[in-house]
Design a binder for this molecule. Structure first.
Ligand code: NZQ
Ligand code: ZN
Length: 383
């Protein structure tokens, strides 16, 4: 196991009715801005609960933060923050709203002339407004991590800063009953692949990390399809929500190598062709695992045995069985696993590779040896 430091400063407030605890979480006397998306919170009762909880608090709102939050819109929120002297931000929604709010938190305090540099040039964030969140879509882990992903034109880039990690995250599984099946599926697949990015690399003796990762993967495999069949089953939703948070709160990635190539490639498919984040990953991961099967063979064989309970004697067959079972799981969650499922053909391959070069992502994976040529081979396997 490698050396590491670990701290996760986000307070998790988990369970039905926890939105009511917001007044105890937001510092008294705050000038609060509530940021949300396209309106799902007005249909599922979350906005109503919020309004009730925030009685007596001074607050205003900013709405319309869509999937893959866009820089230009977020800068409108920054203008509101400055104009109204806002000093605390509350994100209410899925990963896009939380990520967008993180950017607003940093950009509102940015002293340089061009806040896009926080993403585009990875300029360090020295100051940010404090924020918290109410999560309504288990998927990204953004509610308890320091990462934000922002889009501008056909570029989608992440930045990280401990200063934008939410101080608290309200996780009420009942708020996820209203998720469309497509978003439930996307969320489960995204969380699954956050785990594989930190687990399917090479062994370094991280038994704790491995067993945690395998346990979380099994929770997703067991509960994901049940959420589609029984959308209002509280225990199922609760287990998915907690698993997705733990999948990307830094814990299982401590002291072990990490991959993240599927994410880097997937982001280009989203930026260029509009695939949902989960969909882009469902296309890339199986092909990436096949392309890298020999470098990843020890962990893939372990994944086959412990997660998919494969009993095949032959290691290569066991690995292929695990990849097929993974693909079938994504399909069961309603996601296509081939480029053709999204109307894409081989003409997308050079475009994805050149976008990766544009954003400087030309040495990917746990060995930093996935260059654009290898990316092209991975995508060719996914046609
Ligand atoms: O906008 P509204 O009306 O709220 O609708 C949203 C949106 O259309 C809807 N939704 C959310 N909660 C709902 C609901 N509909 C009904 N009931 C509810 N309870 O779902 C749609 C998708 O929401 P979005 O926030 O875009 O989804 P997700 O949480 O999957 O976030 C995806 C974004 O997060 C980034 C992705 O790249 C993408 O931009 N990621 C962020 C990460 C991080 N910060 O650590 C890591 C991830 O790998 C990922 O890259
Ligand atoms: Zn993801």
């Amino acid at each position: 196991m490698y050396n590491f430091q670990y701290a996760n400063p986000t307070r998790i407030c988990f369970g039905e009715g926890q939105i009511a605890s917001l007044p105890t979480l937001i510092p008294p006397g705050s000038r609060l801005l509530v940021l949300y998306g396209g309106g799902s919170i007005k249909q599922n009762g979350v906005y109503e609960q919020l309004t009730r909880a925030l009685e007596g608090v001074t607050w205003q709102e900013f709405s319309g933060i869509g999937a893959n939050p866009r820089y230009e819109l977020l800068m409108e929120a920054v203008a509101q923050v400055k104009r109204e002297r806002i000093d605390f931000l509350l994100a209410v929604g899925g990963g896009s709203v939380v990520d967008g709010t993180k950017f607003v938190a940093a950009a509102a305090c940015y002293e340089g002339s061009n806040p896009w540099d926080i993403c585009g040039k990875q300029v360090s964030v020295h100051q940010a407004l404090p924020m918290g969140c109410v999560l309504t879509l288990p998927a990204t882990g953004s509610e308890n991590n320091p990462t934000s992903v922002v889009s501008r034109g056909d570029v989608k880039i992440s930045f990280r800063s401990p200063l934008v990690q939410p101080q608290f995250a309200v996780l009420d599984p009942a708020t996820t009953y209203s998720l469309p099946a497509r978003q439930t599926g996307n969320g489960v697949v995204d969380a699954f692949i956050h785990i594989t990015e930190q687990y399917l690399t090479f062994p370094v003796g991280g038994d704790v990390q491995d067993r945690l990762a395998e346990g979380l993967l099994q929770v997703l495999v067991e509960n994901g399809p049940r959420a589609l069949a029984e959308p209002t089953n509280y225990q199922v939703r609760a287990n998915l929500m907690w698993a997705a948070s733990l999948a990307l709160n830094g814990l299982i990635g401590c002291g072990v190598p990490q991959d993240w190539a599927s994410h880097a490639i997937g982001h280009q498919l989203t930026a260029l062709y509009g695939l949902d984040h989960g969909q882009s990953l469902a296309v890339v991961l199986p092909s990436l695992l096949r392309e890298r099967a020999s470098q990843k063979q020890d962990k893939l064989a372990q994944f086959a045995e412990r997660v998919w309970h494969s009993t095949r004697e032959d290691k290569a067959l066991r690995i292929e069985e695990a990849i097929i079972r993974t693909e079938q799981f994504f399909q069961k969650m309603g996601l296509g696993t081939r480029l053709a499922d999204y109307g894409l053909s081989e003409s997308c391959i050079p475009a994805v590779c050149s976008n990766l070069k544009r954003v400087g992502r030309t040495a990917l994976g746990e060995h930093q040896d996935i260059d654009p040529d290898r990316v092209a081979r991975i995508l060719a396997r996914a046609l």
